[in-house]
Design a protein around this ligand. Sequence first.
Ligand code: PSV
Ligand code: MN
Ligand code: MN
Length: 426
Amino acid sequence: MKIDKQHIEDTNQKSLDSHRASFGYIANRLTQKGIEVDDVVQKLADFQVAIPSWALGAGGTRFGRFGFQGEPRTLKEKIDDVGAIHALTQTAGAISLHIPWDLPEDYKAIKQLAASHSIVFDAVNSNTFQDPKNAAVSYRYGSLSHTDEAVRQHAVEHNKKVIEIGNELGSKSLTVWLADGASFPGQTNFQTALNQTQKSLREIYITLPGDWRLFIEYKPYEPNFYSTVIQDWGTSFMLANECGEKAFTLVDLGHHLPNTNIEQIVSTLMLKGKLGGFHFNDSKYGDDDLTVGSIKPYALFLIFNALVYGMENNPQNPYPAWMIDASHNIKDPLEDIIQSLEAIQEAYAKALLVDQKLLNDAQQDHDVAMCQEILQEAYRTDVRPLLEKSRLQHGGALHPIKAYRSLQVRKRLIDERGMDSVASGL
Ligand code: PSV
Ligand code: MN
Ligand code: MN
């Protein structure tokens, strides 16, 4: 299924006058404040976010799964779905694969299909949290941290294989997220588990191609409920440092205990040049994997403020890899991702409006009230017309969700794939 550019243009026609009026108004106001509106619009266009292959079908919980009709059955169909999102939003120019869920059969055909949608392959993800098919080992009690050398070796080999697959596709990074940990006090020895993990990561790290990066994700709990081997950013940072200069920490917004100051973590990592990647989602309680910006939009803005500051002031930190990491249980996954992309762009645009010079002056003067005014002045600005402009300039939809519905994308996917199709996985 492919979305016709002409269709998008036709749907845009209906909203063009209203867009022009609202864009003119905001562009005027921002210009009067000395903001280069064209620069902001260009930065929005350049900000591309990878879509994880596992977020295109319904996720489910441990209580069950309510499938979504027309789910992608193959890797090709997943790429088509990301292509549809990208055509509408012009913000999703990459897909992130999970191995072995997304084993490509014909590399050439897969690459051609992705290119036809203007999509590149972002980080590849290894899976050592489910038992490999027909394997002699089990990850029940861990993978890279396992007490048994044979299990660790199996997990290391899997990661090497994932790098090879990614290399064929043009990926440049490997993301490692471990489920390793313990559900009960006394179950594992913390020091042994950490040491084994470090050794295993190092073995993977030394096989990375020269221009690749290793992203190490952390998470405080789940699926293990007492301890996680890579529990927090400090542990990930330490492991990345011990691996070497191509290893980085990856921040997943949902992987923090409630009320953690994530913007401060982002600032610290960028200062030290170790923020490699970012997984966007939102949550109220834990790793809820909800639509970005649906629960704590101000926190998202503050995080983007730290990211924008870091991108402008920390040349020691490479440009981070951006990805959505969400799970859709109720909404149409594609609509949910479109909403997430809008929220990401909105927070980014608002952060770009923060007057950093004025903020720095106010900080130096210890004018605390003014510091807050400056941040909230940016946050309260309705930046949506800037997002519209950026999409319009690149052939995207002025209103992606409206266009998605008027183009009947879901209906077309159901016609093509059937009512009962289930997203492919292990
Ligand atoms: C599990 O929490 C998780 O959502 C991690 O965030 C990973 O990035 C993702 O699964 C895929 O392995
Ligand atoms: Mn994640
Ligand atoms: Mn997660």
